[in-house]
Design a protein around this ligand. Structure first.
Ligand code: 6CS
Length: 320
């Protein structure tokens, strides 16, 4: 067997390292009978093209970030909501692993659209970069923010007063360099590895959201497998939960030091205080109503209500 696994990142980056290790596990467990080729970002098109390749069965496996399924699976916009999860990424990963709202109800919406999520996982807390300083909602007035395709990510930045534009990350370096956009959000490893710090003067440690992605399979492919093969894939998925977490943690730490020490491309790093974060939180919370009332539909409302409770239970905090 020779299967295809496409990811949204390039060699060495978190998703790519994850997929390579996943492929290795599947190969080992099947004594070399099951082979998976990993395709890095760019080989098969844009992130949105890759979603279509999975649903069409052109690739069997894909890592898909919900930010690129915003119109196909509106309920998936839930991960666009800022300040929803906790500030502790380990707790957040536990919630992603165990949440019924996510793993049953949200996963079912994905499956209906030809995307079967095997696991939801974080690539770390996201930070803002800009060609100007971003400390207060005022700093976002008229700010051209690049986002992924999810309508609710755009709404979230409109709530801050920004003018967001969706684009593929394949165009983002040039977009920042030429001033088509003023800034963007991503985990630190990605900001550094994609060299965005070369074309951005400021980075704000905002921890406004975590980056969520999904390991997915084409449902017809998966359902057509024999039990033993399916078990191998399920086992590999389980083993990669902790590995995925560790890979991102390591890279996010390592790359922060790289941005700090890059004298050729100096970046002003500013960490928001809790009060400063609260100013953004206040503007972000009403976006949940847009999810409840419009974007996520009735099913979405139920999913968000359930997830808020799960987060409160698992973090020991009151829902905000
Ligand atoms: O900003 C983006 O669109 C990209 N960011 C990450 C962390 N992974 C892939 C994604 O396309």
């Amino acid at each position: 067997q020779q299967w295809r696994f496409v990811v949204e990142e390039t060699q060495g980056q978190v998703q790519y390292v994850y997929a390579e290790e996943f492929a290795e596990l599947v190969s080992e467990k099947s004594d070399g009978a099951l082979e998976i080729d990993v395709y890095e970002f760019g080989a098969l098109g844009s992130e949105v093209d890759q979603v279509e390749q999975l649903t069409d069965g052109i690739v069997e496996f894909a890592i898909i970030s919900p930010g690129f399924t915003g119109t196909l699976v509106p309920e998936g916009n839930i991960f666009a909501l800022q300040f929803l999860f906790t500030d502790d990424q380990e707790v957040n990963q536990d919630i992603l692993n165990e949440s019924e709202a996510i793993n049953e109800h949200l996963a079912a919406r994905y499956e209906e659209q030809g995307i079967m999520p095997l696991s939801f996982w974080t690539e770390g807390a996201m930070q803002w970069t800009g060609n100007s300083e971003l400390r207060t909602p005022d700093d976002f007035q008229g700010f051209q923010m690049r986002t992924q395709e999810s309508p609710l990510i755009l709404e979230s930045y409109r709530a801050y007063g920004a003018s967001p534009t969706a684009m593929s990350w394949g165009e983002l370096y040039t977009g920042l360099q030429q001033g088509a956009v003023d800034g963007q959000e991503n985990p630190i490893f990605f900001i550094a590895d994609a060299n965005f710090n070369e074309v951005q003067d400021h980075m704000t440690i905002s921890n406004h959201n975590m980056y969520v992605t999904m390991t997915t399979v084409n449902p017809d492919f998966y359902n057509g497998l024999d039990d033993a093969t399916r078990d191998i894939i399920d086992e590999a998925t389980e083993e990669m939960r902790q590995r995925g977490f560790d890979i991102q943690e390591e890279q996010n730490e390592e790359f922060l030091a790289q941005i700090e020490d890059d004298d050729e491309n100096p970046t002003e790093i500013y960490e928001l205080s809790e009060d400063e974060r609260d100013a953004f939180r206040e503007l972000a919370i009403p976006v949940r109503d847009i999810y409840r009332d419009e974007e996520g539909g009735e099913e979405g409302e139920m999913i968000l209500d359930m997830l808020e409770e799960e987060i409160a239970d698992m973090s020991g905090e009151d829902p905000t």
